[in-house]
Design a protein around this ligand. Structure first.
Ligand SMILES: NC(=O)c1ccc[n+]([C@@H]2O[C@H](COP(=O)([O-])OP(=O)(O)OC[C@H]3O[C@@H](n4cnc5c(N)ncnc54)[C@H](O)[C@@H]3O)[C@@H](O)[C@H]2O)c1
Ligand SMILES: [Zn+2]
Ligand SMILES: [Zn+2]
Length: 351
């Protein structure tokens, strides 16, 4: 089969690889119908993800059709259309039992990072019963495509931000993850969602789609000005909750500056370098920081939100490329060509 592989030195190439086989009783082999490119794939290629293994097939956001299942899989059968979580997890270990599946002792973020991922024709999915969710008949593949990763992250971020009805949540970054976070945050009925970015077009989209009530274009502002702008929208206090989904050079500092005292600050972004935590400067603000890789165990929940029309990710889709042209898709995605948000990779085409 054809697969997109990174070599650990910043290079990617389409390679011919053997089709994956069932290795464990809980595995499923999934024929990939649609996959995407995630900003985290770029972090891997840039060498900024220490846990990533070279010569692995990239990709961790996809939907597909079950081809084959291992002997212990009873809830899935060949032919089932499934969305797949970016994290594979056993469901039974200390961490899984507490919902912290990102730290599953037998899994976590493995697909496209430590084991072969979905930018290929087929993929082996461990712990398939936990990891896959059947797509209902009235939900199209494209509408379920982002549930495994960016919507999982948006839902997780909104949940751990402890949003309450009537609160103000600031989301830094109006990229795919930030926009997905706004979609999920909206369900908690905040009074205001404030979107902050340096890209006016992404902010305009957030406003047009009703995902943000207010937007702050920080491109010409220093952090003091951003902080003042957030305060002016929050009776001088700052945001009740902040989700940092940008990963920019100053956005960690922005996140804690725009938070009100006792706020929850969620760091969803992945940084490519260390950040500074100046506790002496924030002393007395009594902030709660929550960081990390998404606990991506909310697929059934987000699937029913899509089914009921409460989450609609169609505004994130920019362009579709067959797997044959994935190198071009990566180039355009990284260059943010034509203001793209998400690229969809369709199956290999015989030409
Ligand atoms: N925690 C997780 O499990 C998880 C899951 C998926 C993605 N991620 C990470 O989330 C981050 C966001 O992903 P994405 O696909 O939306 O990325 P993206 O790069 O498309 O979006 C980031 C946005 O932040 C904006 N930005 C950059 N610098 C800024 C600044 N100084 N001030 C304000 N805005 C600024 C950019 O203009 C962009 O719109 C990435 O780091 C990605 O790796 C984390
Ligand atoms: Zn991702
Ligand atoms: Zn586990």
């Amino acid at each position: 089969m054809k697969a997109l592989v990174h070599d650990g030195h910043g290079n990617i190439a389409i390679e011919r690889r053997p089709e994956p086989e069932v290795l464990e009783p809980g595995d499923a082999i999934v024929r990939v119908s649609l996959s995407t490119i995630c900003t985290s794939d770029l972090h891997i290629i840039h060498g900024a993800v220490p846990r990533a293994l070279p010569n692995t097939v990239l990709g961790h956001e996809f939907v597909g059709v079950i081809e084959q299942v291992g002997e212990s899989v009873t809830k899935l059968a060949p032919g089932d259309r499934v969305a797949v979580s970016c994290e594979t997890f056993c469901g039974e270990c200390f961490y899984c039992k507490r919902g912290w599946v990102n730290n599953c002792v037998q899994g976590g973020w493995e697909l496209g990072c430590r084991i072969d991922g979905c930018q290929a024709e087929f993929v082996r999915v461990p712990f398939a019963e936990q990891t896959c969710s059947i797509i209902p008949d009235n939900v199209a593949d494209e509408d379920a495509l982002f549930l495994g990763d960016i919507v999982a992250t948006g839902q997780w971020s909104a949940e751990i931000a402890e949003l309450e009805p009537g609160c103000t949540v600031a989301v830094i970054g109006a990229g795919p993850v930030g926009l997905a976070t706004m979609m999920c945050a909206k369900l908690a009925e905040p009074e205001h969602i404030i979107a902050i970015d340096i890209d006016a077009k992404r902010l305009a989209l957030a406003k047009e789609r009703g995902l943000a009530d207010e937007t702050i274009d920080a491109s010409q502002m220093d952090l003091a000005a951003v902080e003042a702008a957030v305060r002016s929208l929050t009776e001088g206090r700052g945001a009740d909750a902040v989700v940092e989904a940008a990963g920019g050079s100053n956005t960690f500092e922005m996140a804690w500056r725009i938070a009100r005292p006792n706020a929850v600050v969620v760091i969803a972004a992945m940084y490519e370098g260390p950040q500074t935590l100046p506790l002496h400067e924030m002393y007395g603000k009594n902030l709660v920081f929550k960081t990390g890789g998404v606990d991506a165990n909310n697929l059934d929940k987000t699937m029913s939100l899509v089914k009921d029309g409460r989450i609609d990710t169609s505004c994130l889709v920019s362009k579709r490329y067959p797997l044959n042209d994935i190198l071009e898709a990566y180039r355009a995605f990284e260059a943010r060509e034509d203001d793209c948000l998400k690229m969809i990779i369709t199956p290999w085409k015989k030409r």
